[in-house]
Design a protein around this ligand. Structure first.
Ligand code: MCA
Length: 524
């Protein structure tokens, strides 16, 4: 029984119950029965477009019902759903479509120019569909012409090894890699979270996250579908509106990243919102600072439940629903998840209290990276443990604490930014002789992407010019929020840039504390 079997079962059982409501939209609330109907129509539509089992179907759509129908229909056909960030500039988009050898691309009309500019060298891409306007209306027009014969739709994929979803992750070296997430992985993780977080059919989830990441798509949306719960979708995060809806719509579940929790705390009269009906507020995708944890408890009377996950695995560790939610800890392994702490040099398994790399094993861990067998080999040990690149330790009572990263990674607002990717783009600017990209503590984003630049001889590039250069080539959140010019970069005897030294000398943690930001400005 996979996640999709449970969802279809819920659609039958809870036919008249609202599955999704898109807040502030003309689209009517959608019942579970209607969801199944639309997914079946979308399956038939995709079949007409030639989609077959195993095909990669890329979707770069705004948050909304068409995204959800298409994503579920792709997986139901045994094809592979490849959700993409709508903000990718042409350069990044072309890479993903080409690498995945996507057979069909469903995009939004607003992105037509970008898409058209990159189509020429994509021989596998047989078909591009553009959806117009906001909401559901145009997609429903497309579906209206489809002749659905349920008997001709394939059965729900039952093979747990079949890839259902591909999400790209970057890395410290080389090109982004598509993590192949199978039906078995999705089911294992959803089942573990269902019991650990006590998902209930009468839960109401307020969903504010993007749906092209594992957090918003799998943990939140699939989690609610699996439980037969109701999801209220906010299309664009707004802190005050979030608080307002949590109260007014009697939501019970909310999932977010520390930046979002800080934004809620920054609403001037936040404490006046009575969230006492809520039963679960989670935090993840980035470390939850102690002061945010405490401020949240004081302001809203709720202890955030911090958990730890990765695109390759979904969720691994979680503080308990009942029992101590420990500040600074990512909690205990979820059911079925094996976690160990290893000395990454010697491979030795470390004892409680010793800091090493966290390694993960279990049926929720992805089967590898799309068409990158050498990267897959590097990422796993011979006996199947995924090397996370995160440093941590286990307390004697089983709680795990993160202690840093062995990989060169910045987390900004819950989004991973790999410095080498930004440095590569900076290297293409003629007025830059050398650069290092580091994360400086930031009161809103957790870390802000900071570019340290040595200008080329005889040039004096402006900060704006450098940021624009990056924005034209990278998704906006990866572009530096700060540029610092220096004469030279500190290097080791072997020429390696000493980033720790740069962080120490150039990052001021003056404004990294929550209080500073809450009373200061809230600019990006
Ligand atoms: C938006 N901007 C950002 C970020 N988000 N800059 C740096 N880091 C960010 N995360 C920039 C935009 O480019 C824009 O710049 C300006 O901020 C305002 O954009 P806007 O969209 O209005 O921002 P916002 O609504 O305030 O968004 C902040 C946000 C968002 C809601 C915190 O970043 C967000 O949804 N983050 C959650 C990410 C997430 O779901 N991560 C899960 C992946 P300008 O105006 O200059 O153009 S990790 C995962 O899935 C694993 C499995 C896990 O464990 O969870």
């Amino acid at each position: 029984m996979t996640f999709l079997h449970t969802l279809v079962d819920n659609c039958r059982r809870l036919k008249d119950k609202v599955a999704i409501e898109i807040l502030g939209s003309d689209d009517k609330p959608l019942t579970y029965g209607q969801l199944e109907e639309k997914v079946q129509q979308t399956m038939a539509y995709l079949q007409q477009r030639g989609v077959q089992r195993g095909d990669r179907v890329a979707l770069q759509l705004p948050k909304g019902l068409p995204f959800i129908y298409v994503h579920l229909a792709i997986m139901r056909l045994g094809a592979i759903s490849l959700p993409l960030n709508p903000a990718y500039p042409p350069h990044e988009l072309a890479y993903f479509l080409q690498d995945a050898a996507a057979a069909l691309f469903i995009a939004h009309e607003d992105n037509r120019d970008t898409v058209q500019s990159i189509l020429a060298p994509l021989p596998d891409l047989k078909n591009v569909v553009y959806l117009r306007g906001e909401g559901n209306a145009h997609f429903l027009e497309l579906l209206a012409d489809v002749d659905v014969r349920p008997a001709q739709l394939p059965p729900i994929p039952a093979d747990p090894e079949l890839t259902a979803l591909m999400i790209y992750t970057s890395g410290t070296t080389g090109r982004p890699k598509g993590a192949m997430i199978t039906h078995g992985n999705l089911s294992a993780n959803i089942d573990a979270l269902h019991s650990a977080w006590g998902w209930r059919q009468d839960d109401v989830l307020l969903h504010v996250l993007p749906i092209f990441h594992v957090h918003g798509l799998v943990v939140a949306l699939h989690g609610a579908f699996n439980a037969g719960a109701t999801t209220l979708i906010m299309l664009k995060f707004d802190a005050r509106r979030t608080l307002d809806i949590l109260v007014r719509r009697k939501c019970t579940v909310f999932m977010a990243v520390p930046t979002i929790h800080r934004m809620l705390l920054a609403v001037p009269d936040a404490a006046n919102y009575d969230l006492s009906q809520m039963r679960l507020l989670t935090s993840g995708s980035d470390r939850l600072p102690d002061d945010t944890f405490e401020a949240f408890r004081q302001t809203f009377g709720h202890t955030l439940l911090e958990r730890y996950g990765m695109t390759e695995t979904g969720m691994n560790l979680s503080n308990p629903l009942y029992g101590e939610r420990r500040v600074g800890s990512v909690g205990l392994p979820l059911p079925g998840v094996q976690v160990r702490v290893v000395d990454s040099q010697s491979g030795e398994i470390l004892s409680d209290g010793e800091v090493g790399e966290l390694q993960i094993r279990g049926s929720h861990v992805c089967k590898g990276y799309w068409r990158q067998p050498e990267k897959t080999l590097e990422a796993f040990t011979a006996d199947g443990w995924l090397k996370t690149g995160d440093l941590g330790m286990r307390e004697p009572d089983g709680y795990f604490t993160l202690k840093g990263r062995s990989k060169d990674l910045i987390i900004s607002g819950g989004l991973n930014v790999y410095p080498p990717e930004v440095e590569l783009v900076l290297a293409g600017h003629p007025a830059i002789s050398a650069s290092a990209v580091i994360g400086c503590p930031d009161p809103k984003w957790g870390e802000r992407v900071t570019a340290v630049i040595v200008p080329a001889d005889g040039t004096s590039p402006s900060e704006e010019e450098i940021v624009d250069h990056c924005r034209n080539r990278l998704a906006p959140y990866k572009a530096p929020k700060q540029v610092i010019f220096v004469d030279a970069l500190p290097r080791t005897a072997l020429g390696k840039i000493q980033k720790a030294q740069l962080r120490e000398s150039l990052c001021s943690d003056r404004d990294s504390r929550l209080g500073e930001w809450r009373t200061g400005d809230s600019k990006n």
